[in-house]
Design a protein around this ligand. Structure first.
Ligand code: 6PG
Length: 248
């Protein structure tokens, strides 16, 4: 197989071109909605180039910052400002310079536990959405960004973990992570993540080739279970693609 279980691959020449393609897709998603927009960001290193572009022209002035709201798909259970904190990374790179602070929606990691933080974030998402239940005709997010971990995890939905099969809760606490860093996590479940007009994976660099080979072989991995209610796109640079799928 040379395609992921859901969606299609958009191939780019290198990580720089990949970030530019992601930025253009983000702008197109914004242009498609004249109302309030919700974008779910991702942590890790994959989105950093994209975030850097968003703070610069020609992208910065094309984003209607007042009506775009920024959420995060998963968080490490560490205080804001900590070097492991995903939303702090996005804030430092672009949000704090560009977005009104009321439009930035971090997972509150100042709670007593990851479960408490998950509950609070679910409450915030539901208030923003305006309902307790998701309606397939009205996606929660315009765009969900995702990276893929070395074991095929997305957000903090790890292979074999019960959170993968959560059917009720939008956000859950994850006590232990099987990959570094060894801190508890808070993650949106597929219920919430998949409720989006577009899900955009960013997969770049030769280090991603091994996991991408497994994804494309159709293995039952979290990455192969994640998909949008609308369009699912895998942005992949050539160095991450296995040879049989056209990689270098
Ligand atoms: C996290 C992430 C996680 C990440 C992947 C890919 O908190 O670590 O949200 O799901 O996206 O592990 O990470 P890299 O982009 O660093 O390879």
């Amino acid at each position: 197989m040379t395609a992921p279980a859901h969606g299609s691959i958009v191939r780019t020449a290198d990580p720089t071109a990949l970030a530019e393609t992601a930025a253009k897709r983000l702008l197109a998603r914004i242009a498609a909605n004249s109302g309030r927009i919700a974008i779910c960001l991702t942590g890790g290193s994959s989105p950093k180039r994209l975030y850097t572009l968003l703070a610069r022209e020609p992208y910065r002035s094309r984003i209607p910052w007042q009506r775009v709201h920024w959420f995060i798909g998963d968080e490490r259970f560490v205080p804001p400002g900590n070097e492991l904190h995903n939303m702090s990374m996005a804030r430092q790179i672009f949000l704090d310079q560009c977005a009104p602070s009321a439009n930035i929606h971090p997972i509150p990691t100042d709670r007593a536990s990851a479960d408490d933080a998950a509950q609070a974030y679910a409450h915030e998402l539901k208030s923003f959405y305006g309902a307790e239940r998701l309606d397939a005709a009205k996606p929660l997010f315009d765009l969900v960004l995702l990276g893929v971990g070395p074991d095929g995890h997305v957000a903090s939905l790890f292979p074999g973990y019960p959170a993968l099969d959560e059917r009720e809760r939008w956000v859950v606490g994850v006590a232990t992570a099987p990959v570094p860093p060894p801190v508890p996590r808070v993650t949106l479940t597929f219920l919430a993540l998949c409720s989006c007009r577009e899900m955009l994976f960013e997969v770049a660099g030769p280090d991603k080739r091994a996991i991408l080979t497994r994804v494309l072989a159709g293995e039952n991995l979290p990455a192969n279970r994640a998909h949008a209610s609308g369009e699912t796109v895998w942005l992949v640079d050539t160095s991450a693609l296995p040879e049989e799928a056209g990689g270098e």
